[in-house]
Write a protein that binds this ligand. Structure first.
Ligand SMILES: *[C@@H]1O[C@H](CO)[C@@H](O)[C@H](O)[C@H]1NC(C)=O
Ligand SMILES: *[C@@H]1O[C@H](CO)[C@@H](O)[C@H](O)[C@H]1NC(C)=O
Length: 394
């Protein structure tokens, strides 16, 4: 018993002498004592060379035609079982059922959870983790999946280089309310304090996604929060989703990072990590710069004018062709009429056209056109087809 007591005492002393507490026990934050720049002291991977988020410089991305559109699996078949929404002190998280997954990557990935990152101060004040050409969006949704083809669960997969696949969806502010996001935002008031949980009605997770799942950026990176494991195959969609200003303000101002029993309430804001160096990593694009480029108003004007000129030109050409065809058709009909009815004209010599009738062709054609204009119903025109000779008679 004495030796056991001594052992326990030694263990306690060892624990006390350890200067840095165990990583799991450190309460990290975005600013302050254990802020982003200190993360790597407690979580070594946060100081790695393949960290996330990054700034995507579109001119430096590399087009990869093998990047096929991603297919969310089972996202719309949410079932009747409610989802769990909770405040973990860093963000609002929704646990996802394991029948939801992701196709279109080299392995099948199973959904784990999704969460949000946001800023403070309303629209155009940052909030997204990834940036594109140095520009932030107002918030960002992350949907986390693990490689269920190679690993048995999330905790094993999250330490492997090909273990996780995270979808990044940039969120911007506009006029319209995004009803899909209300499936989350409506319930934030029930989890204002850290560690609070609420059951929310299941909903179609894919309704939160942009429509275009074919255009995205792909790179190898990390979790954007400690322990920052470099295990994530990142997909950042090119199309952004839009929420209203009121929705953004709700996201930014309703949650606390402090627990319900904490004496001081601390707002949960600016929970986004600064962009990290690429360090020779390549960001791939599933689309080419030209096809993904948004058109300036000048380019749109040029295209509109070009298309209009093209249409007018085409109309002129078609009119010319139609006129020419009509002219030659009439000319042909007339010569047929002249040749085929000689016998009847022989009977009525006074009606026989003069031999010079061919040279009169164009004038006749004009007369014909006027006739046709008068009898302008297409039926009349068709009826005339089989027996052209009487019509050409003066
Ligand atoms: C994950 O899988 C590993 C290996 O099979 C196992 O040891 C571990 O307990 C599992 N963890 C969880 C959280 O299920
Ligand atoms: C990510 O890393 C793996 C393994 O090193 C590599 O095969 C793959 O091409 C990388 N993907 C990207 C998008 O860089």
């Amino acid at each position: 018993m004495d030796s056991l007591g001594l052992f326990i005492l030694l263990m306690l002393l060892c624990f006390q002498w350890t200067t840095a507490p165990a990583a799991e026990e450190v309460t990290w934050t975005y600013t302050g004592l254990v802020g982003q720049s200190e993360w790597s002291q407690y979580f070594p991977d946060c100081g790695g060379t393949s960290q996330s988020p990054v700034d995507v410089v579109t001119t430096q991305t590399k087009y990869d035609p093998s990047l096929i559109p991603l297919t969310p699996l089972g996202y719309s078949q949410h079932g009747n079982k409610p989802f769990t929404l909770y405040n973990n002190g860093h963000t609002a998280v929704i646990d996802l059922p394991d029948w939801m997954g992701l196709g279109g990557l080299p392995w099948l990935f199973t959904a784990v959870q999704m969460h949000l990152h946001w800023g403070s101060g309303g629209p155009s004040h940052g909030g997204s983790e990834h940036t594109i050409n140095g520009l932030s969006a107002d918030a960002e949704l992350h949907v986390v999946h693990y490689n269920s083809e190679l690993y048995p669960n999330m905790s094993t997969a999250m330490t492997q280089s090909d273990g996780l696949a995270v979808l990044g969806i940039l969120i911007v502010t506009g006029e319209e309310t995004n009803l899909a996001f209300n499936n989350i935002l409506h319930y934030l008031s029930r989890i204002r304090h850290a560690d609070q949980k609420v059951s929310i009605p299941a909903f179609d997770i894919q309704s939160l996604f942009p429509k275009d799942l074919g255009r995205y950026y792909r790179y190898n990176g990390s979790l954007t929060t400690p322990p920052c494991y470099q295990s994530v195959i990142w997909t950042l969609f090119n199309e952004r989703v839009q929420i209203s200003k009121a929705q953004l303000l709700k996201m930014e101002t309703i949650l606390y990072t402090s627990k319900v029993e904490d004496p001081v309430r601390m707002l949960l804001q600016d929970n986004y990590r600064a962009t990290q160096l690429l360090n020779h990593r390549v960001v791939f694009a599933s689309f080419t710069a030209e096809s993904g480029k948004e058109l300036s108003s000048g380019e749109v004007t040029a295209i509109v004018i070009g298309v209009m000129c093209g249409c007018v030109g085409l109309a002129v050409i078609i009119r010319f062709i139609v006129k020419t065809i009509r002219f030659f058709t009439l000319l042909h009909r007339e010569s047929v009429a002249v040749n085929s009815s000689t016998s009847s004209w022989d009977v009525l010599p006074s009606n026989r056209p003069a031999p010079m009738s061919r040279t009169k062709g164009p004038e006749k054609a004009k007369d014909k056109k006027q006739d046709m204009a008068l009898n302008s119903t297409p039926k009349a025109e068709k009826k005339e087809e089989p027996s052209p000779s009487p019509q050409t008679e003066p």
